[in-house]
Structure formats: structure tokens, C-alpha cells
Design a binder for this molecule. Structure first.
Ligand SMILES: Nc1ncnc2c1ncn2[C@@H]1O[C@H](COP(=O)(O)OC(=O)CCCC[C@@H]2CCSS2)[C@@H](O)[C@H]1O
Length: 373
């Protein structure tokens, strides 16, 4: 539930984050620089939502700087099964988030900076923002060859992506957010952003993979801290504001009334997986039986993240038809996720008669089905 706050007051709330000094309100009139104290992707995305929903940015743009612990962030209209390796993410404890803006999937860790440029819809200008970032980079290292592309990536040496862009345009307010790779784990980035799932058909937005590089690999002086300060200084110069970075705590309900509800929504299964555009999976796998392989065919249709149609076909000399049908009908309506499937298949398993062969085939089948989720 949104707590309706007059938009003007919200700006005062944020202005007051700084130790109040005489004349402070005058010095922040033309803009504000914020930096999050949190490294939690859901909390930081909630700050973006909160500012977008509550602030009147007329004549007062905001730059928000933030970093996250390891997370994969998909675009608003994407399919996580198509974009990333969910099994690897679960193993490595890497968070998955769906953002409100469109576009492709990126990986964040503490070696990646995120910049959000909030403005009125009228003042929204992504190329200007990227030029500001390029100037800040060149102020630190004049020899860097960084250029913005037509699709608003930043490329290093004409070929390596160091920044990706996305945006959200509301009725009156807009934001442009982008990443900046300083010292991200590139090996992990590329293994996480490779989907192992076969046979997915969907209309979801697909990402555009690029060769990536860290600025720190070019010059070790280019750390996240140095670059955040340089960008803040350039922003302050452009907007003629005090070059002070206001540290904010996204869990502070007195500063951001209603923010915990936003965090909860961003963390929910319904938002992350449930908002996936409808899709189907048409695949098959082999199981070894009496020294030869048998093919198991799977067709699953997923609507709002839940299984709508399920058609698993096993050779009936391997698994009795009624057992397979039991699985097909049991899966309908449940979340397309391994934990829900495990609950269901464990319940079935316990109703299995003391038939060890059947029990083991059932196990193999259930593990394979969970593996595609
Ligand atoms: N952190 C990061 N920075 C730059 N490029 C990346 C990153 N992670 C992955 N990639 C590369 O970009 C493509 C996807 O490119 P694609 O163009 O499809 O998508 C984007 O760029 C989206 C940028 C979203 C920025 C938001 C800002 C705050 S929250 S997330 C991916 O396959 C990798 O090759």
C-alpha cells in the first residue's frame, strides 16, 4: 500500500538526510546526490521505485549511486529460465531480481556500480547522462577510450562493453539507470548468464550478449570508490550543486515511508517469476534402462509462472501410464519451480507401494523434471 505523501515534502525528507546546515535547503535546490548504504538488490530497486513514485523532480534531479552483492537482474519483460542458469545461482546463493525497466539481463557484484539518473520526463536524456559518465572517467584517466553506442552501451576500446542501460518513463517522472564494470567477476558473470534450459519458446525480451571488460583491468586505479566520486563530482559540476554524497539507508521507514512494502513486492515469487511472459518448454531427456537409452518427452506450458499444461511421456514398459498421468495432473497449477515440484513428488513417493524399481524410476523422472526448472 502506498502512503500518499505530498511530492514536495518527500524532497525535503531526503534533503534532511544531510546534517542540517544553515542555508542547506538552498544549496540542494538544483539536485541531489544519493548513495545507498545497502548492498541488497531488492532494497536498492525499492529506493528507485520510491523516488519514482513520491518525488517531484521539477528543477531537482537526483543521481543515485548503488552497488549490490552478487545478483542477476532481469528486465521487466524477460524470462529467467531463458536468460540465466538458475541452478547455478541457487548453488552459489546468487539473488535473482526483476527490475521495473525493460531491456536485458546483467550481473552485479561489488565490483559493479549502478547509477540512476532521476529527472522529470521532460528533462530525461540518456545520452547526456552517458556523456557525463564518460567525462568523469576521462577526468580520472584521460587516456581511456570510452564511447557511448547508439543502443546506449558504453564501450571500452571500441569493443568491450563496460556499461548497459535501461530506463523507466512514468507520467511525470523518468529514470535512466546504467551499470559500470570496475572489477566484477567476469568468469562468474558469463557462466551465470548462460541458460542451460533447452526448448523454451516465448515472446519475452531477449538479452544482447557482448564481450565485457572491467575498467580496473585497463587501469587498476579505476576502483569503484574512485569512479563513484568522479561521477558525483561531474554531476555536481553540471547541476551546480554541492558535491556532497548523501548516504541513505533504504530500510529507514521514517525517511522512505512505505518502502518495506516495495521491498517485499520485489522479493516475491509472484513478481520475480510470476511476471514472466507465458512460455512453453518442449524438450526430452534420456534415461538408461536395461543397457539402452529410453527417451522421455516433456511439454510444459507456463502461465504467470505456473504450470498450465503438462505432458510428460515415458515409454509405458518403463513406467506404467497411470503413474506418469499422476505426475502430469499433479503438476498442473503448481509453480514452475523445483521446491514446489519436490513437495508434490515427495508426497507421491510416500504413497508408492514398496516397489523399489518403481520408486527408483520415479526418483529419476522427478529429478529430471526438477532439473529443467
Ligand atoms: N554489469 C554489467 N555491465 C555491463 N554489461 C553487462 C553487465 N552484466 C552483463 N553484461 C553484458 O550485457 C549483456 C546484456 O546486455 P543487454 O543490452 O541485453 O542488457 C543490458 O545491458 C541491460 C542493462 C540494465 C542496467 C540496469 C541498471 C541498474 S539495474 S540493471 C549480457 O549478456 C552481458 O554480455
Amino acid at each position: 500500500m502506498l502512503i500518499p505523501l505530498p511530492k514536495k515534502n518527500c524532497f525535503q525528507l531526503l534533503c534532511n538526510l544531510r546534517v542540517p546546515a544553515a542555508g542547506f535547503k538552498n544549496t540542494v535546490k538544483n539536485g541531489l546526490i544519493l548513495q545507498s548504504l545497502s548492498n541488497d538488490i531488492y532494497q536498492n530497486l525499492a529506493v528507485e521505485d520510491w523516488i519514482h513514485d513520491h518525488m517531484n523532480l521539477e528543477g531537482k534531479p537526483i543521481l543515485f549511486l548503488w552497488r549490490n552483492s552478487p545478483s542477476v537482474i532481469i528486465g521487466r519483460h524477460q524470462n529467467p529460465w531463458q536468460e540465466c542458469n538458475l541452478n547455478l545461482m541457487r548453488e552459489e546463493g546468487i539473488k535473482l531480481a526483476r527490475r521495473r525497466s525493460g531491456g536485458g539481463t546483467v550481473y552485479h557484484d561489488m565490483g559493479n556500480i549502478n547509477l540512476t539518473f532521476f529527472t522529470t520526463k521532460k528533462k530525461y536524456d540518456r545520452m547526456e547522462n552517458l556523456k557525463l559518465v564518460v567525462r568523469a572517467l576521462n577526468a580520472v584517466q584521460p587516456q581511456l577510450d570510452v564511447q557511448a553506442t547508439k543502443r546506449l552501451d558504453l564501450l571500452l576500446d571500441g569493443q568491450f562493453k563496460i556499461s548497459g542501460t535501461a530506463s523507466k518513463i512514468g507520467r511525470t517522472t523518468a529514470y535512466h539507470h546504467c551499470t559500470l564494470l570496475c572489477s566484477t567477476d567476469r568468469a562468474l558473470l558469463s557462466s551465470l548468464l548462460k541458460s542451460p534450459y533447452q526448448g523454451i519458446k516465448s515472446t519475452a525480451t531477449t538479452s544482447i550478449p557482448s564481450l565485457v571488460k572491467n575498467l580496473g583491468e585497463k587501469d587498476p586505479m579505476l576502483t569503484c570508490e574512485v569512479l563513484m566520486n568522479a561521477i558525483a563530482a561531474e554531476y555536481a559540476g553540471v547541476h551546480q550543486i554541492d558535491n556532497h554524497v548523501n548516504l541513505i539507508n533504504p530500510t529507514d521507514e521514517t525517511r522512505f515511508p512505505g518502502i518495506s512494502n516495495k521491498v517485499r513486492e520485489l522479493q516475491s515469487w509472484e513478481w520475480i517469476y510470476g511476471k514472466t511472459p507465458n512460455f512453453s518448454i518442449n524438450t526430452s531427456f534420456n534415461v538408461l534402462y536395461k543397457e539402452s537409452y529410453l527417451e522421455i518427452k516433456v511439454f510444459i506450458n507456463v502461465k504467470n509462472g505456473k504450470i498450465e499444461i503438462c505432458n510428460i511421456e515415458t515409454p509405458d514398459h518403463w513406467l506404467p501410464l497411470e503413474v506418469c498421468d499422476k505426475l502430469n495432473s499433479g503438476l498442473i497449477g503448481i509453480k514452475f519451480c523445483p521446491t514446489e515440484t519436490a513437495v508434490l513428488t515427495n508426497t507421491f513417493r510416500s504413497t508408492c507401494p514398496e516397489d523399489h524399481k518403481l520408486y527408483s524410476k520415479w526418483n529419476i523422472l522427478c529429478e529430471k523434471i526438477k532439473g529443467i526448472m
